[in-house]
Write a protein that binds this ligand. Structure first.
Ligand SMILES: Nc1ncnc2c1ncn2[C@@H]1O[C@H](COP(=O)(O)OP(=O)(O)OP(=O)(O)O)[C@@H](O)[C@H]1O
Ligand SMILES: [Mg+2]
Length: 460
């Protein structure tokens, strides 16, 4: 049961909040001004704070600030009068989780509180993510000493201080995402948000509301206002990953925002101005997309003010040993193992290989090799077959050589036996098998399929 602190100088509002929220099963404390609220937060821990904005003495901003000092993840909902929504928005920028406009319906309160309490864990993840990103700030984190990478660092240095939009192109795994972050963190916007979204991973309607937001009531199911990423990135950088997959409808809307610097969330009547720098990335041939009209030419020119082409790893072999060593240093995951470097033969094989999966593939190879390394060095034997055998290259990140994965193979055999034995024991009753092994049915089917287990054979 969550414990909530409700702060308002009007007794009626306090009473309503107490009745409505305790009716929902929450434990509710109330405070009748900011100072009292601040003292109560010192003495007790709360899962959520709801506070009026305008109060004599310490106001809602002071309560918000105190709450964030005590626990940066403590969600705070602001209550504001209809005429002063602007200050509620200001409070959101300072970390308030949401706001409710007076006079409010009881359902508004219930919905907002439940929504925020349920999304607590999500917020936590977001915070973790943000922290992770801000540690990666410096461009020194980006490894590379090859000619093409030096050119890229030069471009970043020139482009980062401006607000020019940037398009990063290149094969998958070449480091486009990393470069986007590096640009943001070397720009004057570094203390403002870096928001990122993958345009290929989200269905069209969701992408639209994620980007531009909506007003409560804009459509069925829009139970509360949603702030879009464009607004959240105000003053900072918006990273549009896989831009080549952005649907045409969203392309037109994005173009409008870029051209006018103004945004109209769905269902809203008033536009608001936004200041966002756009960095986008794609592994598609975006010029070809423009030619086949799947990508708007006008938008392309808006976004591609500065273009950064990430070279594939095979075109900068000098970076391979550097990257390999960096990834080796990052490997603390195997307890009790100290692998300090690479044998010459291993490096030579890596240099000769074509790396279709680029830096990401190299990183995976190093992570695996550390597991297989018997001594202090990674030897040729510890590398996947495709690299050992002269680096002919595989086109895809296809399954790795199984001879080098004795552990994985043993685990697979073991898993297969367990499933077969369980199917035998329960006479082929898959529900029972899934339940006994604590996996869901789809996982069981997938594994049976993978291991080629035929249930008819088992019944016999
Ligand atoms: N120059 C580099 N220095 C250090 N790490 C790098 C470098 N380039 C890439 N990486 C790492 O390699 C991995 C893949 O990079 P990233 O995700 O940025 O690639 P991408 O081009 O965005 O790929 P995709 O097109 O698949 O999204 C990441 O873990 C990234 O940190
Ligand atoms: Mg990426």
């Amino acid at each position: 049961m969550a414990r909530i602190l409700a702060v308002d100088d009007e007794e009626d509002i306090r009473t309503i909040l107490r009745i409505v929220l305790s009716g929902e099963g929450y434990e509710v404390d109330t405070a009748h001004n900011g100072l009292e609220a601040m003292a109560m937060m010192e003495g007790r821990s709360y899962d959520l704070v709801i506070t009026d904005l305008k109060m004599e003495g310490a106001d809602g901003f002071a309560v918000l600030k105190k709450a964030k000092e005590i626990d940066s993840l403590l969600p705070v909902i602001m209550i504001t009068a209809f005429g002063s929504i602007d200050s509620a928005v200001e409070a959101m920028k300072l970390g308030a989780a949401d706001y409710i406009v007076k006079p409010f319906l009881h359902d508004d309160i219930k919905f907002t509180v439940r929504h925020i309490l349920e999304h607590g864990s999500l917020r936590l993840e977001n915070m973790a993510l943000k922290r992770q990103i801000s540690q990666k700030l410096s461009i020194e984190e980006v490894v590379g000493l090859s000619e093409p990478m030096l050119k890229i660092f030069d471009t970043i240095e020139k482009a980062a201080p401006t607000r020019a939009n940037i398009m990063i192109t290149g094969e998958s795994g070449t480091g486009k995402g990393l470069i986007a972050e590096a640009i943001h963190h070397n720009s004057p916007r570094r203390n403002k948000p870096f928001m990122s979204i993958n345009c290929a991973a989200i269905p069209e309607t969701l992408l639209e509301s994620e980007l531009f937001g909506y007003k409560k009531g804009a459509f069925t199911g829009a139970n509360c206002d949603k702030t879009g990423l464009v607004t959240m990135a105000d003053g900072g950088t918006l990273f549009l990953d896989e831009i080549g997959d952005m649907p045409l409808v969203i392309q037109s809307k994005s173009l409008k925002v870029l051209e006018s610097g103004e945004l109209l969330p769905l269902g809203d009547t008033k536009t608001k101005s936004v200041d966002v720098r756009i960095i986008c990335a794609t592994n598609k041939d975006i010029e070809a997309c423009v030619r086949d009209k799947t990508f708007r030419e006008d938008l392309y020119y808006r976004l591609n003010v500065i273009e950064i082409r990430m070279p594939p790893l095979r075109e900068r072999p000098e970076d391979i040993p550097l990257l390999a060593n960096r990834f080796l240093q990052e490997e603390h995951s195997v307890p009790g193992k100290v692998v300090k470097g690479f044998a010459e033969a291993a490096i030579n094989a890596m240099l000769a290989y074509s790396w279709p999966g680029n830096v990401r593939e190299l990183k995976n190879v190093v992570e695996r090799a550390v597991i297989f390394a018997a001594g202090e060095q990674i030897t040729l034997e510890d590398l996947p077959q495709k690299i050992k055998s002269g680096g002919a290259g595989g086109g895809t990140g296809a399954p790795e050589d199984s001879r080098l994965q004795p552990l994985k193979a043993m685990v697979c055999d073991y898993e297969k036996d367990i499933i077969i034995n369980a199917l035998k024991r329960f006479g082929g009753n898959k529900e029972m098998v899934a339940k006994t092994l604590s996996v869901d049915l789809t996982t069981l089917y997938r594994k049976m399929n993978k291991f080629g287990i035929d249930e008819e054979d088992i019944k016999k």
